[in-house]
Design a binder for this molecule. Structure first.
Ligand SMILES: [Zn+2]
Ligand SMILES: [Zn+2]
Length: 107
C-alpha cells in the first residue's frame, strides 16, 4: 500500500497501458510504480468437448457391445482419450455403429 505524498490519502491503483498507476483523489498520480506482470489465465479444467473423429478413423476402431443411448443399437466403436493429467484414467468414447451418435463412458 502506498499513501499520497501530498495529502496522505491511500492511493488507488489503476491499470493503464500495462503499468499500474496510483491515483489519489487530490489529483496526484504516481506512475512507474510497478511493472505489471502478464497474468496467465488458468485454463479451465472442464471436460473437453467430445473428440470428433472422421469416418476413416472410425473404420479402424474396435467394436464393443454397448447400447447406443440414442437409437438402442447394441454395437459401438470405442476409443480412449487422455483428456486430463497423466495420472488420471483415460476417458472412453463410444460411437454408435448405426446412427453415429458419439458419447463418453463415465464408468
Ligand atoms: Zn493526495
Ligand atoms: Zn445409435
Amino acid at each position: 500500500m502506498m499513501f499520497c505524498p501530498k495529502c496522505g490519502s491511500l492511493l488507488t491503483p489503476k491499470k493503464e497501458k500495462g503499468t499500474t498507476v496510483l491515483n489519489c483523489k487530490c489529483g496526484y498520480t504516481n506512475k512507474k510504480v510497478e511493472e505489471v506482470k502478464p497474468i496467465t489465465e488458468k485454463v479451465s479444467t472442464e471436460d473437453k468437448e467430445i473428440e470428433v473423429i472422421t469416418d476413416e478413423e472410425t473404420k479402424t476402431l474396435p467394436l464393443t457391445d454397448e447400447e447406443c443411448p440414442k437409437c438402442g443399437h447394441n454395437k459401438a466403436y470405442y476409443w480412449t482419450v487422455q483428456t486430463r493429467a497423466a495420472d488420471e484414467p483415460e476417458t472412453k468414447f463410444l460411437k454408435c455403429e448405426k446412427c453415429g451418435h458419439t458419447w463418453r463412458d463415465y464408468a
